[in-house]
Every structure is written in C-alpha cells, then in structure tokens.
Design a protein around this ligand. Sequence first.
Ligand code: AHR
Length: 329
Amino acid sequence: MFKRISALVLAGLTALSVASCGGGDGTTSAGTGGGGDDTITMGFAQVGAESGWRTANTKSVQESAKSAGITLKFSDAQQKQENQIKAIRSYIQQKVDVIAFSPVVESGWDPVLNEAKNAKIPVILTDRAVDSKDTSLYKTFLGSDFVEEGKKAGQWLVEQYKDSQDTVNIVELQGTTGSAPANDRKAGFQEVIGADPKFKIIASQTGDFTRAKGKEVMEAFLKSNPDIDVLYAHNDDMGLGAIEAIEGAGKVPGKDIKIITVDAVKDGMQALADGKINFIVECSPLLGPQLMDLAKKVVKGEQVPARVVTEETTFTQEQAKQVLSSRQY
Ligand code: AHR
C-alpha cells in the first residue's frame, strides 16, 4: 500500500461503518493478495448494473485491476448519484491511492471532487464526464465521444432516406436523464438530422438505459403514435426492450419500424444479425486495461493526457453476422 498502516485500520472501520449504515453504496473489496508496500489501491464507484454494457464494463475493470496488481475497492451505486457520492467519500476516508468513477449524471460533483483534491487523492473519470468548470478536480477522462456516436446514428439515417421526400417520424428512447451519454447522443443525432426538416422527432423520453423501461416507454409511444418510422434508442438494452413492445403491438421490428441503437453488446448484435435492429453504433465498455495504466501513472505523479478517447466503429446487419461469433461482450 502507498498509505500507512493506520490508514488500513481506518479503512476497515470506515468500510464497516458504511456497510452498517446501509447507505446503499455497497462498497466491496477485491485484493490481489499482494499487499506489498507498492501496491496501489483504487476505489471505483460504478454507476450500477443497468445494462449489458455496464456488466461488461464492470468485468473489464475488475479483471484488469487483477492483472495489473491493483487492489480494487468496488461499489455499485444502483444508478443513484447520492450513492456514488457516499462511495467516493468512503474511499477518501479510506485513503485509497486513486479514485475512478463513471458519473451517473454530469452535474453536482464539485463538492466531493474538491474533498478528494484536498485529500490529495487523484481522480480519474471513466466512461462518463462531469460538467465541472474546474478541470483540476480530475486528472483525466477516459471514454467514448458520445456526441460522435449520436452523429454516426444520424448519418446512417440520413443516408437511408436520402432519396425520399416523405416525412420520417422518429421516436427516441433517451438514456438516464442528465447523464453525459443521454445528453450527447441526443445532441449529436439532432445536429445531423436537424439539417433536413423531413426528419421529425415526434416523441422522446428516457428509458433509463434499461430493457424494462425501454419496453414500457415504447409501448406508450406505440399507443399514442400510429405512424412511427424509426426508433433511435441510446443503448441496445432499451432497443431490445422496445423490440418486445413492437412485436407485442403486431409490428415487425427492423421492417415496419427501423431501429438504431448504441453499444454493440452481444444481445444487440444478435438482434442486428437477425434483422430486428438495422444499425448499431459501437460504444466499447472494455476500458479496464487503459484505466489501470492511467491509474499507475497518476499515482506516480506522471503526466497523462487530459482526454483519452475510445476507438469505436459501427455495424450494419451484414457486418454483425460476420463478427458476432468473435464478440467479447
Ligand atoms: O455510459 C455508457 C452507457 O451506459 C452505455 O451506452 C449504456 O448501455 C450504459 O448504461
């Protein structure tokens, strides 16, 4: 450990008090068994387990910490900002060497990030950004360019309807309200389709990135809008829930209603290969290895880039058929 033995004792007490409060941040610890003087301890405050993407991301972080010899303290915030803040405060009290987290929403982080800064614990943002003006509150932000993802979704749609003059009625299933991927995927998509007035978003609502909510909201969309041409879902899981709703309404997903989603997790890619989804914009959850490299550097006080953007692609139905069997998540 980078910190003194007394910190370990405090860590134990704090962990116990967090658990006994039933605060909901659910911090758990997974050691590497090393425990030598130079072992790094990372506190990781995860968003939750809302989607296939998130499950793959958690696995990537946990496995990469193990391979990198980093002791990981992990918490699942169940999509609640207050749980993430509690977990971060607990990591500060435990004097971990580095804190990494994927902020459930963009705003409201300055107080707790200032607490980490005052405690001289470096913070890494992973997957999602914060809207804080003070960029000294974190060392780097590793993750996708969500605006670009939204643009890719829009570009595919524009290309599909380039020879048609008819109105295209679009419904949108947004991610978690206030989250960076929901805000940015909406903005990127809107920027591209907004150039042609034939594209109309006739309904747009959050499905909270979950399959159940995606289904529920799509059922409501179908009841109040008889002429839906396209569904744009901010992730695969909501799209998969919506497919159930579309089939339940006697329509054919991928044909009667074209579907664009984001992520490219296995279930989404299967639906794409089966013709139920038309296009997927990839968002890679495999951030663990880069996160551990960055963590080692910031703990040593080395300079790291302020922004590390994940490389991603897109998939058509034909491409999905080709890569499905080798998909890692
Ligand atoms: O922040 C990444 C997004 O969060 C993924 O696209 C979505 O599936 C997840 O819940």
